[in-house]
Design a protein around this ligand. Structure first.
Ligand code: CO
Length: 176
């Protein structure tokens, strides 16, 4: 297992559309395990593969920080089929450190995905899981939560976002 580096706002990989996973092989299973470890090391509740610089339709979620009955899980090729209701919740993102903003999204979603055991699940979810899934599925389409906030709030965050992008550029240069 390994903790992977998380790329930040301003990195162009975060803006790509992710590739569908055709075969859930050992490499994908290992990536899912590494993503879970990475998420736990950063005390995050969700992570999408593009955030660890892999443009693949894979997300991991771990709500055990909030509810001890929850277990970490991987969602492969997730697709939101239906949406219902509307709710405002505060969101943050490991790729946009230091920023938390309210985002309005559907309250309940019907989602289809595959597990690491290649089983297909088609289910309705609500609450925090529905929220985190929508945030992470957005990542697979190159969308970040700051794209979904009020335009005036986003204007107020311009300086902070520019600073994150600047630091990301410097760390990419240092890694090259
Ligand atoms: Co995020």
């Amino acid at each position: 297992m390994a903790v992977l580096p998380i790329i930040k706002y301003g990195n162009s990989i975060l803006r790509l559309e992710s590739e569908r996973i055709k075969v859930i092989d050992n490499e994908i299973k290992q990536l899912a395990r590494d993503m879970i470890e990475t998420m736990q090391a950063s005390e995050g509740i969700g992570l999408a593969a593009p955030q660890v610089a892999r443009s693949l339709a894979l997300i991991t979620i771990d709500l055990s920080l909030i509810d001890e009955n929850e277990k970490p899980a991987a969602f492969i090729n997730p697709k939101i089929l239906e949406k219902e209701g509307e709710i405002v919740m505060e969101e943050g993102c490991l790729s946009v450190p230091g920023i938390k903003e309210e985002v309005t999204r559907p309250e309940r979603i019907r989602i289809v995905y595959q597990t690491v055991n290649s089983e297909t699940v088609d289910t309705w979810v609500d609450g925090l899981l529905a929220r985190v899934l929508q945030h992470e599925v957005d990542h697979l389409y190159g969308v970040l939560f700051v794209d979904r906030i009020n335009i005036f709030r986003k204007k107020m965050l311009t300086k902070q976002l520019k600073q994150i992008a600047k630091e990301e550029k410097e760390s990419q240069k240092a890694a090259a």
